[in-house]
Design a protein. Structure first.
Length: 488
């Protein structure tokens, strides 16, 4: 057998047997060792807290500078009006991208970093670079009008898309284990572009309001209303659509694994070039005549938006199929129920399982019902990460710490198996995701507590003080380990 085939063969799954359970789960690292991080070497920049503080400080300083620049160009009143109008599409866009990321949700800190980078750092770079380039072109050509057109169609797309793609690159490089495919690239790029568009909309809407104040125009005929209609109503997805192309490039590169080094470089550059080209076409549409904007919008932007949306949904379905492909080996080994891979591969079955656990355990105490639903949600998250871990091992080969990560994830699943297993099995039958579809599936829990029966045992609340960490579940829930290995 060749060296390549040995390195990249599918890792074996530990078979669950009663005499081996204590030994296997006993090999899981202690609670304080669940966080993977380099050993301390006495350098302050190696500290995670220092790095996080440095990033927050830099973004805060960029935010203060961009705030001062925008307020200087719009005035205080124009800034407040622009802020109030520009914030309207932000929750909608963020909710759409977060919905897309429901299969294996990324940590919020990555998304907040992406949004802050777009709103502060990328916007600041764009304002400074675009202004400098436009003034330089106007001085060199002695034609301010052509300088503005050239700056909008050539300089701005290159500067802005590069600045926004930098956030995707940083997460791709330094949060690689949380960046596993096309969906992650789309979500990170979408949050970055949403932040950038938010700041840009404040500037344009504030300037429009200032001009309306000078001209005395109000109502639907005002420049503010027209700018709001074009930028917020008709094209809130414009900047996210451009930057998502860069995110798709990074996402496909991530799917290729570490072995495809050329692909990991060329695909992100190709996505960035496409983003710049689409952005340039959008900005240059006003130079195509009075109907150029509407022609580009209807003939190009809307179809591209539909194509990217289709690709995003298809990529999410691919992630769900990964669960039904990778998890059956764990079901065969006895770690999860036979119907669970199919249930975990269905968003409807996942939701039904959480609702079922909440209904039963909350019959007498809503707090217990919420804890049960949370335990099922944790189980679903850990099972998803286990499937993604195995998929990455299939592409890149099982790393030296594969067994440790697998043990940790199986440990977390075993803690919640008693609650999540019956709920997922029931959901699989109700949604016809299991291999056998009984005409009248029996619920795993009775709808009412029998007279005199004890209340269901309390589920321990998530433990938030042990510093647990898993590279594939950094965003995931934390739970205290059991006092001893569970019995079969």
């Amino acid at each position: 057998m060749s060296e390549w085939s040995v390195q990249h063969q599918q890792p074996a799954v530990p078979v669950l047997e009663e005499q081996q359970l204590d030994e296997y789960l006993g090999a899981v690292p202690e609670r304080g060792q669940w966080r993977y991080r380099p050993s301390r070497v006495g350098m302050v920049w190696r500290s995670k807290a220092f790095r996080a503080g440095a990033v927050v400080t830099v973004l805060a300083l960029c935010g203060l500078v961009i705030l001062a620049l925008v307020r200087e160009q719009t005035g205080t009143e124009g800034f407040l009006v622009g802020l109030g109008l520009a914030v309207l599409p932000v929750p909608l866009l963020m909710s759409a991208f977060r919905w897309l990321d429901r299969v294996e949700p990324g940590p919020w800190r990555n998304l907040l970093f992406a949004f802050s980078w777009g709103a502060c750092a990328a916007a600041l770079v764009a304002i400074i670079a675009n202004s400098f380039a436009t003034r330089w072109i106007a001085t060199a050509t002695a034609d301010p009008a052509s300088a503005d057109t050239l700056g909008a169609t050539v300089i701005a797309p290159v500067v802005e898309e590069t600045a926004k793609a930098a956030a995707v690159l940083l997460i791709f490089l330094f949060r690689r284990r949380q960046f596993g495919g096309v969906v992650d690239g789309i979500v990170v790029a979408g949050f970055t572009a949403t932040g950038f568009a938010f700041t840009e909309n404040i500037l344009y809407l504030g300037q429009a309001f200032g001009e309306d104040q000078e001209l005395g125009t109000t109502g639907l005929a005002s420049l503010t209303a027209g700018t709001f209609f074009v930028r917020v109503v008709m094209s809130p997805f414009a900047h996210p659509l451009f930057t998502v192309l860069s995110g798709i490039g990074f996402g496909i590169a991530a799917l290729g694994g570490a072995r495809h080094r050329v692909r990991r470089v060329l695909l992100p550059l190709l996505g960035l070039a496409l983003a710049m080209g689409m952005h340039a076409l959008w900005n240059g549409s006003s130079a195509l005549g009075p109907y150029g904007f509407y022609a580009v919008y209807g003939a190009f932007m809307v179809p591209c938006f539909g194509l990217v949306t289709w690709l995003a949904v298809r990529s999410r379905q691919r992630e769900l199929r990964t669960l039904s492909t990778e998890l059956p080996v764990y079901a065969a080994a006895g770690w999860i129920g036979p119907a669970e891979p199919a249930a975990l591969a269905s968003m409807r079955a996942r939701g039904m399982a959480r609702d079922m656990a909440r209904h039963w355990h909350g019959a007498r105490d809503r707090r217990l019902g919420r804890a049960a639903a949370h335990a099922v949600a944790e189980y679903e998250s850990f099972a998803t990460s286990l499937a993604m871990l195995r998929r990455r091992a299939r592409h890149d080969g099982a790393g030296a710490d594969f067994a440790i990560r697998e043990q940790e994830l199986l440990h977390h699943l075993w803690q919640r198996r008693e609650i999540a297993g019956p709920a997922l099995g029931y959901a699989a039958h109700m949604t016809r995701r299991a291999g056998v579809h009984p005409a009248h599936p029996q619920a795993p829990f009775p709808r009412r507590l029998p007279h005199g029966a004890p209340a269901p045992r309390e589920i321990p609340a998530p433990h938030r003080h042990y510093g647990g960490y898993n590279p594939y579940l950094e965003h995931g829930p934390r739970a205290a380990p059991p006092t001893g290995p569970p019995s079969v």
